[in-house]
Design a binder for this molecule. Structure first.
Ligand code: ATP
Ligand code: MG
Length: 383
């Protein structure tokens, strides 16, 4: 999968710009706060259907403007598609496929696939479980768009169920039947989601081992397992998986009423990540955490390729500068044969690489003809 170009209008600090990408390594460089991450944010918008960092869509619209646009052409298996988005400041955003409006954002998810790796992902090992769940959800959604619908339904049912759990004791009685219906549906959705996550985590475990073993020359063995309310035996049978969740919901109602919230289900899941048998959430070194995070992102790319028959686009936001030389080298030797779009303050390790596409960004504008160093040299010579 290849991004050919992206065009922006009033997107963040980019007033009007079209950026072309090449097939291999693309390096977007420039000083801080110039718009490098904004470009990746725009590209990733088409993979995830929403920004990876904005709290609200209106943040994406240039300060003094009313509406932002982005339009991206990408190629997948020889077919070129254009995805566009219109983001009005005061209304919800609308996506377009080949200039035709799509009725729901979820319709475009999975068409364009990308793996995003940014400095905040380096904390994935020690951050809270919700960060690891988000990693799973984002990665799985791009491969199986139906997952988004199941998750949305799960959250909606849980919200209804939680509303009953917050009721006064006298109201609970009359909502008992409704409560049972919600518990039944929640257990069923939990089973569906857990099953998909379990399958994904097995692949993740395999690929993280491959990359991590490679990085550490086999000295350290990672193991990723699914931490959920169900046991591995439960996964052998869909009915018993659902019953496991249903039992937990039925048997713990008193506790749930006390807390006013659903205490069991896939919203409590976590990934257990071990190195040589020790839980890396508690015992891993800074370096091990970085290597694991990197291996997880590389694994995400491999699972995507396995599932869809081609690599997704890799978006590395400022992350190379955060990695030491050994890991940097590892990334570089593993990203050939796919498209990578990297941001950084300078050309960095790519300085002398001929087949890189360098894009210099200043003040939300690209400037292919970077003459600043030469000007400085000329001034020095004059002096
Ligand atoms: P760094 O190297 O520090 O990561 P960057 O080049 O990646 O910098 P971006 O995060 O892409 O920087 O862009 C930040 C710039 O965009 C800032 O100058 C910020 O003020 C500007 N910006 C952010 N949102 C908007 C907006 N809605 N309208 C106009 N400018 C914006
Ligand atoms: Mg940035």
């Amino acid at each position: 999968m290849i991004v050919k170009n992206i065009e922006f209008e009033n997107f963040r600090n980019i007033e009007c710009e079209k950026i072309e990408f090449s097939e291999g390594i693309n390096v977007i460089y420039g000083e801080n706060a110039q718009g490098k991450t904004n470009i990746l944010e725009g590209i990733y918008l088409f993979a995830r259907g929403k920004s990876f960092r904005a709290f609200k869509d209106k943040e994406l619209v240039k300060f003094d403007k009313g509406v932002a646009y982005a339009k991206m052409n990408f190629e997948s298996k020889g077919i070129e598609t254009q995805l566009g988005v219109e983001i009005p400041k005061s209304q919800t955003k609308r996506f377009y496929r080949n200039k035709i409006k799509v009725s729901k954002t979820s319709e475009i998810i999975g068409e364009f696939r990308a793996v995003l790796f940014c400095p905040s992902h380096l904390g994935i090992i020690k951050d809270s479980a919700s960060v690891r769940r988000k990693f799973l959800d984002v990665a799985i959604s791009q491969l199986r768009p139906v997952y988004i619908k199941i998750m949305a339904r799960y959250n909606a049912v849980m919200e209804e169920r939680n509303a009953i759990l917050k009721m006064m004791p006298e109201q609970r009685q009359e909502n008992e039947a409704l409560m049972d219906i919600y518990s039944e549906e929640l257990a069923s959705l939990s089973a569906d989601i857990a099953d998909i996550r379990n399958e994904y985590i097995k692949k993740l475990d395999y690929w993280v081992s491959v990359f991590f073993n490679d990085m550490t020359e086999g000295r350290e063995k990672p193991k990723i397992t699914y931490e959920s309310n169900a046991s591995q035996e439960d996964f052998e049978n869909r009915e018993s998986l659902k019953n496991r969740y249903l039992e937990l919901l039925k048997n713990n109602k008193e506790r749930e009423y006390k807390y006013g919230a659903t205490l069991f289900g896939i919203h409590k899941d976590d990934l257990k990540i071990e190195i040589n048998g020790r839980d890396s959430r508690f015992y891993s070194s800074q370096g091990q955490q970085r290597s694991l995070a990197l291996a997880m992102k590389m694994a995400e790319g491999e699972i995507s390729r396995e599932g869809k028959g081609e690599y997704p686009v890799f978006l590395f936001d400022d992350v190379l500068s955060e990695l030491d030389d050994q890991r940097k080298k590892y990334v570089l030797s593993n990203i050939s044969s796919r498209q990578v779009i990297i941001t950084g303050c300078d050309k960095g390790v790519f300085e002398n690489t001929d087949d890189c596409n360098f894009i210099y960004i200043k003040d939300g504008k690209k400037n292919e003809d970077l003459v600043i160093p030469e000007i400085n040299e000329a001034v020095e010579e004059e002096n």
